[in-house]
Design a protein around this ligand. Structure first.
Ligand code: ADP
Length: 702
């Protein structure tokens, strides 16, 4: 439960938008499908799904597969294929004035005609190319499919930040995002948050990191089984760098000797399997939500009003030793199920093996599911997940785009996959995050044996084009310019008694609102809109700001021993009970352990997670007996207080600007907006050394 019960507020806000979308879906349903279908009891799998003539062929990799060559754009509706210039605009988006070319507007100031279309480099868009092309045409922007010698406003990359060397403009990838969403990294980031806020982060299934925690995994499962012999759990093993369900398998017994070799050697995450998923047509399905991280500093998050639900293709049964390996029953990945003979490519958004999330909501709402609550849970899950990721992302960001060096602004569309649980959607679990969700809007169809053709996929097109187009609209770098130009023109015309160019005025309005022909934006801001409710969770973010400040040499991601000492000294954390020698030992001890675990040999030094562990240790020493998150918050307050004094002192000495090591400094949280008041340092906390030791080991983060 969130502080101050924001569910109601969140839901109220969403109601107008998402519920309206569900209602719109309802209207569509009445036209497209049997109106009674939603209220009917669950049917047998496959009953309402017409079979495809033949199973789809092996499909190219779904998520950002670098092997897939760019394809020609799919056939477009006539209106999209040849976009007509908006009335009053020349093809370049400039005002068209009767009898005059847009180049010379005879007497009007240049600004009135200086609007140019936004330029987009799509040369590295890969599998998102088709959806991107449609989006650019709808926006009447200019695409550079082979790149451009001059800089573009926006670069759209299919895989990673590093697809192009860019020094300006905006790019649709954050450095480090691909690493962040790897199974182990995500689990570690969420685990830190679970240590601080166990209730708030209980949406992530209990996980162990292999091979490091294999023994712990076996021992903990055995312990619970001993206490409750009726507990018959199932676990899902996910290879660390896997995607699209590759290499995933289920196990019942962690100590099964046949598996222990693999479990003890391959880096993976093993997770409690959600055994009672919500079913539709007796099939398991998931929810894929599209999330735009618009900015890291300040944090800005948007969620798409509609997403996708991907269905399994074999009726679900609770896991048992006989069905454990039935991937079409247990895994919802499109890339796997498309190979099943039961996969249904549908020409509607509400049937088949891939459907819009709004069609699912519509169906569930008719069965009494509280849609507002579902959306409220989704918003909360997404914000909390992003909050868990941003600290490490900031470290990547400052390393790739150090302060003071030219670099692009980043944004990124990611997807969060969630597993709704049994009966009603009262519990949503996060199962994975994807840095490069598939933006393909077509699928392959076998026309005759061995002859394949790409055909448009209605459900993909409906959801994904809207997500890309509206992401571009939100990132539009010329929006402000266009608006101010139009205001200028409006004023100029209003000042004349008889405006000579009334068509110019209307043209300017066309420019002011070039989106008039587009649907309302499908992406809704959830942060900072709900910052008040969630800012208290951003403790690790504030720790990351401290970490980055002491990194010293720009471009590194690990803190050296001198940096750590400087941090301790600057924040006045050493004392008679914590000597600098003890600080050095703490540094060496934690750093060595983390480096052996992460096997990351790129830099030597202390990574952010190791710093967080050291910080927890220091917080527990200083503020005993409080819950961990309060200990940590108190120590952060103390550090920020001492650093703000230091900064003030430097300012007075005329040496301001030399203290900060990062342009990603303030996080915009209330605590950082102003210099903190002196925290209640060393409040009397009755605690014995023994209690402290127990507490430290409990919060070891690996
Ligand atoms: P990938 O990134 O390889 O697709 P995921 O973590 O998304 O891996 O898992 C693949 C599929 O496995 C999911 O789409 C979901 O159907 C299923 N799955 C994953 N984790 C769980 C879980 N904890 N409980 C039940 N099903 C899960």
């Amino acid at each position: 439960m969130l502080r101050g019960s924001p569910e109601r507020e969140l839901a109220a806000w969403w109601e107008a938008e998402a519920v309206a979308a569900t209602k719109a879906q309802a209207a569509k349903e009445q036209v497209r499908v049997d109106p009674g279908a939603a209220g009917e009891p669950e049917r047998k799998a496959g009953e309402e799904q017409p079979k495809e003539p033949a199973p789809a062929p092996p499909c190219a990799a779904e998520e950002g597969d670098a092997r897939i060559p760019p394809r020609p754009p799919p056939t477009l509706p006539v209106s999209l294929a040849k976009p007509e210039p908006a009335s009053g605009l020349c093809p370049h988006g400039k005002s068209r004035i009767k009898g005059r070319s847009c180049k010379r507007s005879s007497g009007q100031p240049d600004e009135y005609c200086s609007l140019r279309p936004v330029t987009v480099d799509s040369s590295k868009a890969r599998t998102s190319l088709d959806a991107l092309k449609i989006s650019i045409r709808q926006l009447k922007w200019k695409e550079f499919p082979f790149g451009r010698r001059l800089p573009c406003d926006i670069y759209w990359h299919g895989v990673s930040f590093h697809d192009n060397d860019i020094f300006s403009g905006q790019v649709n990838k954050f450095p480090g995002m691909t690493e962040m969403v790897r199974k182990i990294t995500l689990s570690r980031a969420v685990r830190i948050m679970q240590n601080l806020f166990p209730e708030e982060y209980n949406f992530y299934p209990r996980s162990w990191i292999l091979p490091d925690e294999f023994q712990l995994f076996v021992a903990q499962v055995q312990m619970v089984k001993d206490g409750d012999p009726s507990w018959k759990p199932t676990f899902i093993v996910k290879p660390d760098s896997g995607c699209q369900g590759d290499g995933i398998y289920l196990i019942k017994d962690p100590s099964d000797i046949r598996l222990s070799g693999t479990l003890q050697s391959r880096p993976a995450v093993v997770q409690e399997y959600i055994c009672k998923p919500l079913l539709i047509d007796k099939l398991k399905f998931d929810i894929r939500l599209y999330v735009l991280l618009k900015s890291l500093e300040p944090l800005e998050i948007y969620i798409a009003k509609d997403g996708l639900s991907r269905f399994c293709t074999e009726p679900y049964q609770e896991p048992n030793p006989k069905n454990l390996h039935h991937i079409f029953m247990h895994l919802t990945n499109y890339s796997l199920n498309v190979h099943s003979g039961n996969f249904v490519h549908s020409d509607s958004t509400s049937t088949g093996s891939k459907r819009t999330f709004s069609s699912i909501l519509y169906r569930l709402s008719s069965k009494g599911v509280d849609i507002k609550k579902v959306w409220s849970d989704i918003i909360s899950l997404v914000i909390k997940t992003v909050i868990a990721l941003t600290p490490q992302l900031k470290v990547f960001h400052q390393s790739d785009i150090p302060a003071g060096r030219p670099g692009p602004t980043c944004f990124q569309v990611t997807s969060a996959s969630s597993q709704p649980e049994f009966l009603v959607l009262t519990r949503l679990s996060l199962v994975s995050l994807n840095a490069n969700p598939s933006m393909r809007i077509e699928h392959e169809q076998e026309l005759s044996p061995g002859v394949f053709e790409n055909v448009p996929s209605l459900v993909d097109e409906e959801v994904k084009v809207a997500v890309i187009r509206d992401t571009l609209r939100l990132m539009d770098p010329l929006k402000k310019k266009r608006e101010s130009q139009s205001q200028l023109l409006g004023k100029s015309l209003a000042s004349k008694e008889n405006p000579p160019h009334s068509d110019l005025a209307s043209a300017s309005q066309g420019n002011a609102n070039p989106d008039a022909h587009l649907p309302s934006i499908c992406l809704k801001q959830v942060f900072p809109k709900y910052a008040k409710q969630f800012n208290y969770l951003r403790l690790v973010d504030r720790m990351a700001n401290l970490f980055i400040r002491f990194l010293g040499i720009k471009g590194t991601m690990k803190l050296g021993p001198t940096g750590f000492r400087t941090f301790i000294r600057s924040c006045k954390l050493s004392s008679s009970s914590l000597s600098m020698a003890a600080v050095d030992i703490l540094y060496i001890d934690i750093t060595r352990r983390w480096n052996s675990m992460t096997m990351d040999q790129r830099d030597s030094g202390m990574c952010l997670q190791a710093f967080v562990e050291a910080f927890f240790y220091l917080a527990q020493r200083k503020f005993k007996m409080l819950p961990l998150h309060e200990q940590v918050a108190s120590l952060i307050d103390l550090c920020e207080y001492h650093l703000s004094l230091l900064d003030e002192k430097r300012l007075v000495c005329g040496r301001s600007g030399t203290s900060s090591g990062s342009r990603l400094q303030p996080s915009g949280t209330p605590q950082e907006a102003a210099p903190p008041a002196p925290p209640a340092e060393g409040r009397p906390q009755p605690c014995t050394d023994g209690a402290h030791k127990v507490s430290h080991s409990r919060h070891t983060l690996s």
